[in-house]
Structures are given as C-alpha cells and as structure tokens.
Design a protein around this ligand. Structure first.
Ligand code: ZN
Length: 469
C-alpha cells in the first residue's frame, strides 16, 4: 500500500466481541469417535486477536457474485475448500454485514450464528483432524466498507457510482466474502462476477474465458491460480477502458482505467510492463501469471498492491508508486507476512524498490534517499516509531516504510552489493508463495553474509532514536 495523502492516525481500541460458546458443549452425549473442539475465533495474531480463525486452513475460494451498482446490492455464494487442522465441532469465518441465507458443510445443512464479524458454523457432524471439507455460504446485502479506520481510512468493498472500488488491506475482505481473513492463511481463488452489461468486473489473475452476456447482464470469470492473501483479493467493478498484451519479457499484462483517466492508459500499461520485467531481473522471476494495474476514479488517497492488478485510487500514479506496488508482488504477495507486526517486510522493501528504481533510471541513488531521511529531526516519526514492530493502531506509519527502507540500505552497506542482491533473490525463491517473519529474514541475511547482524537489525528495527552511521 502507499498513501498519497496520509490520514491522521487515531488510536482506536480493538473492540473484542464476546465469543459465542458452542451451545452443545457441556451436554452429555454418547461417546463417539468423531469429536472435536470449537476452532478459535482468531488465527493467532495477538495484535488483531479476532482476525482470521483457528482450526482449519483454506486452500481455495470459489466466489460467485452478482453486483448491481444502482442498488449497491451484492448477492454472493462462497464455496470454501479447507482442511481441518484439529477435530472441529464448529469453526468461524469472518464476514462483516450481509444477511446469511444458508450455510452447508460438505453438502449438508449446517447451523450458524453471528457475533460481530464472526460467523460461527456448526457442521451436522464434527470434522476429523486432517480431513478436507468444503463450506458453502449464501449471503446478500449492501456491502459496508470499513470507514474512519486509523489504518487506511476507508477500505474493503467500497460502492462507487458505476460499480465498486475493492481494496482490503488489512482486513477488509470480510466486507465482501466470508473467509479466513488474515494473510497467514493464503489460498487460490476463482471469481465469477455478474454485473450489468457495459460494466467491467476486474478480479485477480486471468480471465478463464470470454465474458458472457445474457440479457442485460455480463459474467466475468477470473482465476488466481497462485496462493493469495485475502486482503489482496479484488472485484473492482465499473466502466473501464482496457489495454491488454504482453510485457517485452513475455508476461501477460492488463491495464484498465476509468474513462476519466483515458490519457493515462498507455502510460500505465507501458510502465507496469517495463517495471515488472525489470524487477524480474532484480528480485527473481515474476511469481504470477500476469501483471498490470487499474486506475479507478474513487479518490481513496492510496494505492494497493492487489495481486496481479495493483489498484490506484483516483490518481495517475508516477513511476515511483508503480515501482512500489509492483515490488509488492514479490514482497507481500508472493511472500506474505505471518503477522501484521512484520509489515516492514512488505513496506520497507517496496519503498526501497522506489529508491532502486530511481537508481536504475539514473534519477537518484538509494544512498541519496537514505541520507535525506537520515537528516530528519529527532522528533520525526522515523526516529520515534521503531518500524520492526508495526503497531496495530498505526500499521501504516511512514516509519514502517521509510525507516524500513533505510534498514535495508544499512544492511546493503554492511554486507556489500553482491551479497545484498543475492539475498533478495534467495529470500524470494526460498519463500515463494509462503509466509515469512522478520526472524527468518535476519537468519538468512546472516547465513548468506557470514556476518553477525543482530545489532544492526535491532538498532534499525526495534530501538527508538537515530542509529549512528
Ligand atoms: Zn506498499
């Protein structure tokens, strides 16, 4: 993500809803081999205790959606394939708003209840540990995006006059589909989105066929065949002009712009293609099957690195922002954080990529960028907010971005260019499509460089104040 006009951060207490207790617990019942416990209502990220859920792991989401911009009504059927990681008598999904019509597990009707954004599902029979199962949820209503958050302001499924702007970091996927809404549980996605004729639905990955029009409605089917965090999923809908093709390096590319940005279409297409190819030489092979970008006319004040299709909210992005969002395809999307406090692994790297892009184009050097930030006064957030532990109430503080990037520059100085760039490629290849932590990065940097680096990382990531150089 990158802000274009940062909102004032407001401390919000995390509101913890009361947890529903299984009503069947405590009732004497015959001994049966199939038993299970309730899955936890959170995936285990202590900074976001109710984000995601415990007890299962999702492998695939199939989302069948109908959206009518004029009424803002979304009709959805989500079919989720998952594996039980424990015996499960019940489990939770995250879903904000909507009326839930029907829930089934492996084809059998399941009981469900709702508390806050937790949808608790009780299958007809408990699920065995290790078993694969699917859960189907039918739901409908007017999506309610997250508003006035200290993180990002407004995000999630945001209705617009001609469709919807869908950008979900950190936890807005629940505003349009039920799921395990935390980056620690990644999955592949199929989208089948039906919208009024003349309107385009843009989701992640590639179209699996030509859009089909029947009467006044057109259906778009998209597939993201690589694992994706829920916050990177999109179903951005509206009137769009498209340009499609391949990058010079041979990667499928798609740029889409709201008609207000017609003049930006070719620039967006060409820059996205050029930058994707260049990052492939610096960060390792591009991890996905297509690249591109979308400019919608909703003035979000930020861009988000939606997988394969970064989304720019109401502005014509410069090279630096495109370079940033496309670097996230490696740092954040292919390699996803296991917990939000490690967000510098996304934002510090994507910000450093901006510096590297300037270096590549000969318009600046990473060292000059580093020195400019280094001169900032002692009361600046980059010195008062250590970036290695992003705060849940202020995840996107600029320190996570800029001091995160400075950390990488300090590391580059300590281990030398050759080892530093080898480290970037080794990092992306060893953890491709997986989840990562700061500790893993430090360990790899020490392994490749043969140097003891804990003091450097501790000083730059975890201690307040300006490190000596
Ligand atoms: Zn970013």
């Amino acid at each position: 993500m990158r802000s274009t006009n940062r909102q004032v951060a407001v401390l919000l207490a995390i509101l913890m809803g009361t947890l529903a207790c299984g009503s069947s617990e405590g009732v004497a019942r015959p001994v049966e081999r199939l038993s299970g416990q309730a899955g936890a209502p959170g995936i285990g990220d202590s900074d976001f205790p109710l984000d995601g859920n415990g007890g299962y792991d999702v492998s695939h989401y199939a989302l069948k959606l109908g959206y009518t911009p004029s009424s803002r009504r979304l009709d959805g059927v989500a079919t989720i394939q998952a594996t039980a990681k424990q015996g499960l008598s019940q489990f939770n999904l995250d879903l904000k708003g909507f009326k839930v019509g029907e829930v089934s597990v492996d084809g059998a009707a399941a009981a469900f209840s709702r508390t806050g954004h937790e949808l608790t599902v009780t299958p007809a029979a408990p699920l065995r540990q290790g078993s694969a199962f699917n859960v189907k949820v039918a739901y409908a209503g007017v999506p309610q995006p997250v508003v006035d958050s200290s993180n990002l302001g407004r995000y999630g499924f945001i209705p617009t006059p001609d469709g919807a702007f869908v950008a979900c970091e950190p936890n807005g996927a629940r505003t349009w589909f039920p799921g395990n809404d935390h980056p620690a549980d990644k999955a592949t996605f199929d989208f089948e989105i039906t919208v009024p004729k003349g309107v385009t639905a843009l989701a992640n990955g590639e179209l699996t066929g030509k859009p089909q029009t029947s009467g006044d409605l057109t259906t778009f089917k998209w597939r993201e065949a690589h694992p994706m965090a829920t916050y990177l999923a999109t179903a951005t809908v509206g009137r769009f002009q498209l340009r499609e093709g391949k990058t010079p390096g041979g990667i499928r590319a798609l740029a889409a712009v709201d008609p207000k940005f017609t003049r930006s279409l070719d620039k967006l297409y060409k820059l996205s293609a050029e930058i994707t190819d260049y990052w492939g030489t610096v960060f390792g092979r591009y991890p996905f099957s297509s690249t591109g970008g979308v400019i919608d006319d909703f003035t979000a004040g930020y861009a988000l690195e939606n997988q394969t299709k970064p989304l720019y909210g109401g502005f014509d992005p410069g090279e630096d922002i495109i370079a940033h969002e496309l670097a996230h395809q490696w740092f954040g999307n292919s390699l996803s954080i296991e917990r939000w406090r490690d967000l510098w692994l996304n934002e510090g790297f994507a910000t450093y990529a901006e510096w590297l892009w300037a270096e590549h184009k000969g318009t600046g050097t990473a060292d000059a960028s580093f020195r400019a930030f280094y001169e900032r006064p002692a009361k600046d957030p980059i010195w008062t907010y250590p970036p290695g532990r992003a705060k849940p109430s202020d995840l996107f503080n600029e320190s996570v971005y800029n001091r995160g990037a400075m950390t990488l520059h300090a590391l580059r100085g300590a281990i030398g260019d050759e080892t530093f760039f080898k480290l970037l490629k080794t990092w992306t290849s060893e953890h491709q499509y997986g989840n990562v932590t700061t500790e893993q990065f430090v360990t790899l940097a020490e392994r490749l460089s043969g140097k003891q680096l804990d003091t450097l990382f501790d000083t730059w990531l975890f201690q307040p104040g300006r490190p000596a150089i």
